[in-house]
Design a protein around this ligand. Structure first.
Ligand code: NAD
Length: 481
C-alpha cells in the first residue's frame, strides 16, 4: 500500500533551470518524487534559463545531472525517460523581453502554477515583475525564492517590498531547506505530540541548548561569493535561527502556517542583543594554498568562516537557559545537530561516584537524521548500583521498519509543499526581517571595531575562543566526530 499522498497537477517553472542548484538538488528531488509515484501524470516541469538550447538538449543535460547527483538513477533509463517526458525548456532573459511570450504559451489553465527562482537574488525583482506584467502569473500562482534573502535588514525589506508589489505574502515561499528535513518536523512531533517533553521544556529543567552546523568543506570555488557574506549571513541569520525558533517557540494552537510562524517570530523578537564578548568569529587556516584567504578576492579578508555565540531568549520560559550556536567550514566533521541538555537531578540517592549524567536529547540533521535521548540506567551485572548512560533511540527508519516510506530529501518535500499550498515550512517576510534586525548590529559591531577573526586550523572544532565561550559557563560543546 502506497503512503504517497497525491498532489494536484502542476506547472513548475524553474528559473535558473541549467544552474548548479537546479541540477544538484531541485531536479533530482523531483525525480525522487516521480520514482515514488507522487508526480501527477500531467505534471510539467519547465527549465527556464538564458542558454540557447532546445528541449532535447535540456533533457540530456538533466539526464546527466540525475546520473551524477541522484541516488535513484540506478533505477534505470526507463524510469529516467519517464521522468524526462515531464521536462520542457524555455529560453528566457530575466532582464529583457525575450522568451516570456513563449513561456506563457506553455502554461496551462486550471493547474497549480509555481515559479522557482533558482537564480542570483538580483534577478528576483526582474522576474517577479515580468511574471505579473506579462500575464504569466495570477493570484493563485506561487513563487519560490532561494537564499540569500537580502544581506541585511535594509536589502531584505526592499526585496520584500518588491515582491509584495507583484505577489501576496500567501503566494511567496521563501526556502530554508533546513526546515524541509524530516528530523526538523520530527522535532515538532516529539515536542508537541508527547506529554513527556513539554512540561520539562523550560529553564527550570533545561540547562542549555547547543545548535551546531559543522561543515568539512571550505569555501573552495565559491570564495569570492562567500567572502561578501560570511558565516553570520550565510548560516546563522537563516538556518541556525530557524532551528533555534523551533526549539524555543511556544506551542502554536494549530500546526498551521501562520500559527507556527507567529510563534517563531516571537522568539526572534525576544532575542537579547549579543554582547561582543559572547560571539566568536573565526577563519580557517590550512596548508599552503588552503587558507581561507587564498580563496577570497582580498588576501587580507576578515570575513568569518566560523561563528560561535551565546544567545539568550529573554522571556519567561527561557530566562537563565542559554542557547549556544556555532557553525563553520573546514571543521573536523560534517555534523548538524541540536543538543538539549537537561539539568542534573536535584539530588543523587546513589552518591556522587555512582556515575550517570544529565539527560540529553540530541536531534541530528546530518549526516544520518535521527533523534536520541540519553537516559541513565543501572549498569547491568552484579557490580552494585553503578549507573550508565544509554541512548534511547528514536530514529524512525529503524523503529518504523522496512515498510516506512523512504525519507524524502528536504528539497523534494518543500517543493511538494509548494504544490500543496502549505507555507508552514517557509519563512514569512516579517521573520526574515526580524532575523536581520537581530544580526545586523552584531555585524556592524565587527565592522566598527574592526574585529579580526580568530584563526583556527582546518580539521579542528574551531577557534579556542569558541571552547572558552562555554568553559567560562562551566559547560562544554558536545564533540563533533
Ligand atoms: P548558477 O550560477 O549555477 O545558475 C544560475 C542560473 O541562472 C543559470 O541557469 C543561468 O542560466 C540563469 N540565469 C542567469 N542570468 C539569467 C538571466 N538574465 N535570465 C535568465 N536566466 C539567467 O547558480 P546556482 O548555484 O544554481 O544558484 C541559484 C540560486 O540558488 C542563487 O540565488 C543561490 O544563492 C541559491 N542557492 C544555491 C545553492 C547551491 O548549492 N548552488 C544553495 C542554496 C542557495
Amino acid at each position: 500500500v502506497s503512503r504517497v499522498i497525491p498532489v494536484d497537477t502542476f506547472d513548475l517553472v524553474i528559473f535558473g533551470g541549467t544552474g548548479d542548484l537546479a541540477r544538484r538538488k531541485i531536479l533530482p528531488g523531483l525525480f525522487r518524487r516521480f520514482a515514488a509515484g507522487q508526480m501527477p501524470e500531467a505534471a510539467q516541469v519547465i527549465g527556464a534559463a538564458r542558454s540557447d538550447m532546445d528541449v532535447t538538449e535540456y533533457r540530456s543535460m538533466i539526464r546527466d545531472a540525475l546520473k551524477e547527483f541522484s541516488d535513484k538513477a540506478e533505477q534505470g533509463d526507463d524510469v529516467i525517460d519517464g521522468f524526462l517526458e515531464h521536462i520542457d525548456y524555455a529560453q528566457v532573459d530575466a532582464q529583457g523581453d525575450d522568451g516570456w511570450d513563449a513561456l506563457r504559451e506553455k502554461l496551462r489553465d486550471g493547474v497549480v502554477r509555481a515559479f522557482y527562482f533558482s537564480v542570483a537574488p538580483f534577478l528576483f525583482g526582474d522576474i517577479a515583475e515580468r511574471l505579473k506584467t506579462r500575464g504569466l502569473s495570477d493570484d493563485q500562482s506561487r513563487i519560490v525564492v532561494e537564499k540569500p534573502f537580502g544581506r541585511d535588514l535594509e536589502t531584505a525589506r526592499s526585496l520584500n517590498r518588491t515582491l509584495a508589489t507583484f505577489f501576496d505574502e500567501g503566494q511567496i515561499y521563501r526556502i530554508d531547506h533546513y526546515l524541509g528535513k524530516e528530523t526538523v518536523q520530527n522535532l515538532m512531533a516529539v515536542r508537541f505530540g508527547n506529554i513527556l517533553f513539554e512540561p520539562l521544556w523550560n529553564s527550570q529543567f533545561i540547562d542549555h541548548v547547543q545548535i551546531t552546523v559543522a561543515e568539512t568543506v571550505g569555501v573552495g570555488g565559491r570564495g569570492s561569493y562567500y567572502d561578501k557574506s560570511g558565516a553570520m549571513r550565510d548560516m546563522v541569520q537563516n538556518h541556525l535561527m530557524q532551528l533555534l525558533c523551533l526549539i524555543a517557540m511556544e506551542p502554536p494552537a494549530r500546526f498551521e502556517p501562520d500559527a507556527v510562524r507567529d510563534e517563531k517570530l516571537k522568539v526572534i523578537r525576544a532575542l537579547e542583543p549579543v554582547a561582543p564578548n559572547e560571539v566568536v568569529r573565526g577563519q580557517y587556516e590550512g596548508a599552503e594554498g588552503e587558507n581561507y584567504v587564498d580563496h577570497a578576492e582580498d588576501p587580507r579578508s576578515t570575513t568569518e568562516s566560523f561563528v560561535a555565540m551565546k544567545v539568550q531568549v529573554a522571556n519567561w520560559r527561557w530566562q537563565g537557559t542559554p542557547f549556544y550556536l556555532r557553525t563553520g567550514k573546514k571543521l573536523r566533521s560534517r555534523v548538524s545537530e541540536i543538543v538539549v541538555r537537561f539539568r542534573e537531578p536535584p539530588h543523587s540517592i546513589f552518591g556522587k561516584d555512582a556515575g550517570g549524567r544529565a539527560n540529553e536529547l540530541a536531534i541530528r540533521l546530518q549526516p544520518d537524521e535521527g533523534m536520541d535521548l540519553r537516559v541513565t540506567i543501572k549498569e547491568p551485572g552484579p557490580g552494585g548500583m553503578r549507573l550508565v548512560d544509554v541512548p534511547l533511540d528514536m530514529t524512525f527508519a529503524e523503529a518504523l521498519g522496512p515498510d516506512a516510506e523512504e525519507v524524502p530529501d528536504a528539497y523534494e518535500r518543500l517543493i511538494m509543499d509548494v504544490i500543496r499550498g502549505n507555507q508552514t515550512l517557509f519563512m514569512r517576510g516579517d521573520e526574515v526581517e526580524a532575523a536581520w534586525a537581530w544580526t545586523d548590529p552584531i555585524i556592524a559591531n565587527w565592522e566598527e571595531a574592526k574585529v579580526r577573526p580568530a584563526k583556527y586550523d582546518s580539521g579542528t572544532s574551531g577557534p579556542e575562543a569558541s571552547l572558552e565561550l562555554l568553559h567560562r559557563d562551566g559547560r562544554r560543546w558536545r564533540d563533533i566526530r
